[in-house]
Ligand binder design. Structure first.
Ligand SMILES: [Zn+2]
Length: 499
């Protein structure tokens, strides 16, 4: 038995001006063939699970591609063609099954439904070959994806800690069928509902209840049930929440998907995050100052791992307006400011511009010219930006922020980097000789990933919604492509789940 497997993961923020060329996939670019197999084997990813499952069966496995990039703007069409041709070429050579580890919210410069386009091309050369897909919980499902796949399973956790389990589940559905078990059928239901990422955590609220319902269906014998939160900042027709079920008959799958979708719709208010004005959030942070540790100001409007530019200065500027001092500011990406600091040298006093380098496009209501912030500061340190992660996420890996400068201002200490970097580890400060505990306030461009490392040393956490491309305030964006009406953009939207 010959099996083709591949991983292609990108969550596309169509409002993000950050480019996504081929080189963005992986620390050293994407890997193909033998190198893809080596890079996937033993990892806790969906593709890692496919390798494990195929080797356990003694199947001949052809790992075609391992490509994953941080969220950013649309994927270059040329990169997509390279990936699609590699996968379709391997399928065309002949195989008995296809296992794909995809995201579900990939948009390219040529196709708004990247996964649907990939699957359509695979089906053109292999219309009958059993095909299973593992997806991210933030995938935007489409009819094209549902039509092409024999099995679809998505993550049930956010933060995502069940990637391997999801891949193993998808592979199991396909192998059970190949071994003479029931043929799987996929069905889906799609309420007109955009969630907020901050309401997609599976440990609380409406999302937790929806995922528990899906788990209960599986416990009662349904082959698979998934609740997709979707990714609203991919402005495509089918953005938003959906429910996908795999059943032993089409009717069984459709009934389950409808029931889940009805629950999502009934709880729709629970998927909406009401953004607070930045001035209010910063005032709350100011009032929370404590001797027991810094107050975290989480700038989720410029969340790096959702396509943020990592360079907005709204939160810092508001803190200064409110007279706050002793502020530590995590990585702010600005290669020009880094170059200016390095030219001046450590210890020098500089006057330079930093941040707000990207002009947001016409789809961003907060567009128009944004000016960099001019600051007078002392260059406290210059480093190569490389450090080994000691925190609980990506433990042991070496990450690189690019050349890095620490700028000391009378009210704040700013880490400026050449590359965007989510502050998911204390190393973003300590590698540059800065102790994050020494501040009254810490500004971090992060929604979720900073929490395991920084919450333990903090006295309070305040979510701050800046005018970045990952803001939770949908009024900042001009949605042009998503189907309308859709809740909460259109608050009066009516919908009833099909029976
Ligand atoms: Zn996700």
């Amino acid at each position: 038995m010959r099996i083709v497997a591949a991983r292609l993961n990108h969550e596309t923020n169509t409002f993000s001006p950050v480019a996504t060329p081929l080189a963005a996939f992986g620390p050293d670019g994407p890997t193909f063939g033998r190198a893809a197999y080596e890079s996937a084997k033993g990892t806790r990813t969906g593709l890692g699970a496919y390798v494990d499952a195929c080797e356990a069966r003694g199947a001949q496995l052809d790992v075609v591609l391992n490509a994953t990039a941080n969220p950013s703007g649309r994927v270059d069409a040329a990169a997509f063609e390279t990936f699609a041709e590699a996968i379709v070429g391997a399928v065309r050579a002949g195989c008995d099954a296809i296992l794909l580890d995809l995201h579900g919210a990939m948009v390219t410069t040529a196709h708004e439904d990247g996964e649907g386009e990939l699957l359509r091309r695979i089906r053109a050369v292999a219309p009958e070959t059993p095909l299973a897909v593992a997806l991210d919980l933030h995938g935007n499902l489409t009819q094209a994806m549902v039509d092409a796949a024999d099995a679809i399973v998505g993550f049930k956790t956010y933060p995502h800690v069940d990637m391997h389990e999801t891949g193993a589940h998808a592979a199991r559905l396909l192998f059970d069928w190949l071994d003479g078990g029931p043929r799987p059928f996929v069905a889906w239901a799609q309420p007109p509902l955009l969630s907020h990422t901050l309401r997609s955590a599976t440990g609380e609220g409406a999302m937790q209840r929806a995922v528990e319902r899906a788990r209960a269906m599986e416990a009662q014998g349904l082959p698979a049930a998934t609740v997709f939160a979707g990714f609203s900042l991919a402005d495509i027709r089918d953005a938003g929440m959906s429910a996908v079920a795999v059943g032993r008959s089409r009717q069984e799958a459709q009934r389950a998907a409808n029931a889940l979708a009805a629950q999502l719709w009934a709880e729709r208010e629970g998927f909406v995050y009401a953004s607070e004005p930045l001035v209010t959030s910063v005032a709350r942070a100011k009032a929370a100052r404590s001797a027991s540790g810094p107050v975290l100001l989480l700038d989720h409007g410029d969340n790096v791992m959702s396509g943020g530019t990592c360079d907005t200065t709204d939160v810092l500027e508001e803190c200064l307006r409110q007279g706050m001092t002793k502020i530590g500011v995590g990585p702010t990406c600005d290669p020009r400011a880094v170059a200016a600091a390095i030219e001046a040298g450590a210890g020098a006093r500089v006057s330079l511009e930093v941040g707000n380098r990207f002009a947001f496009g016409p789809d961003h209501a907060a567009g128009g010219p944004r000016k960099p912030m001019r600051i007078e500061a002392r260059v406290r340190a210059i480093t190569d930006g490389r450090f080994r992660i000691t925190g609980p996420i990506y433990t042991g890996e070496t990450w690189a922020m690019g050349r890095t400068a620490v700028l000391e201002h009378e009210a704040f200490t700013l880490v400026v980097t050449e590359r965007p970097m989510e502050p998911l580890d204390l190393g973003v400060f300590t590698s540059a000789g800065v102790d994050p505990r020494a501040f009254d306030y810490l500004i971090l461009k992060s929604r979720m990933y900073c929490r395991p490392s920084f919450v333990p040393l903090a006295s309070a956490v305040v979510e701050c919604d800046s005018r970045g491309v990952t803001s939770s305030d949908y009024a900042l964006f001009r949605f042009r492509n998503v189907r309308r009406p859709i809740y909460p953009l259109d608050p009066q939207t009516r919908w009833e789940a099909p029976r």
